[in-house]
Design a protein around this ligand. Structure first.
Ligand SMILES: [Zn+2]
Ligand SMILES: [Zn+2]
Length: 150
């Protein structure tokens, strides 16, 4: 055996043994998390969970079955035309915290410091008749009055 190799090997072995001893003396870590009662988000800090619980919950703007439209025109790629959504609220999700980036980028931060609801909307494309669905925040949707043809 090469003496150099033997020496290195022994050293490594000693080191491993030491590491083992140290590891066995580390007490088992218990992590505690605190859950916001409103949105069920888990926090490592109790203060942050409490802070979340203090945030208001927005009023539900729509109910299941409501006719709604998105604030912008939608695009049908099949015929390359835009159209206005004529959708129906299928489901209401939440309360939850709004997506941080989406809120900051597209909604001007209007949803910060709020528990919000999301509305699952389904509609049919008037051009290609394809069934579509998506999730939207209340401030992106508008109610379509019944009887309105648009
Ligand atoms: Zn919360
Ligand atoms: Zn279409």
């Amino acid at each position: 055996m090469q003496p150099a190799f033997c020496c290195a090997y022994l050293k490594k072995d000693e080191w491993v043994q030491k590491m083992k001893t140290i590891i066995s003396h580390v007490p088992a870590k218990t992590t505690t998390s605190y859950q916001c009662a409103k949105c069920k988000t888990k926090y490592r800090s109790k203060a942050r969970a409490l802070q979340c619980e203090l945030l208001i919950t927005e009023e539900k703007a729509f109910k299941v079955g409501d006719r709604v439209r998105w604030c912008e025109e939608l695009h049908c790629s099949a015929v390359n035309k835009n159209y206005w959504m004529d959708g129906k609220v299928q489901k209401i999700l939440g309360p939850a915290l709004p997506d941080f980036e989406y809120n900051a980028k597209w909604l001007g931060g209007k949803l910060f410091d709020k528990h919000i609801f999301m509305y699952e909307v389904s509609w049919k494309c008037p051009h290609c008749k394809l069934s579509c669905s998506g999730r939207y925040y209340s401030l992106e949707l508008g109610k379509i009055k019944s009887g309105s043809r648009k």
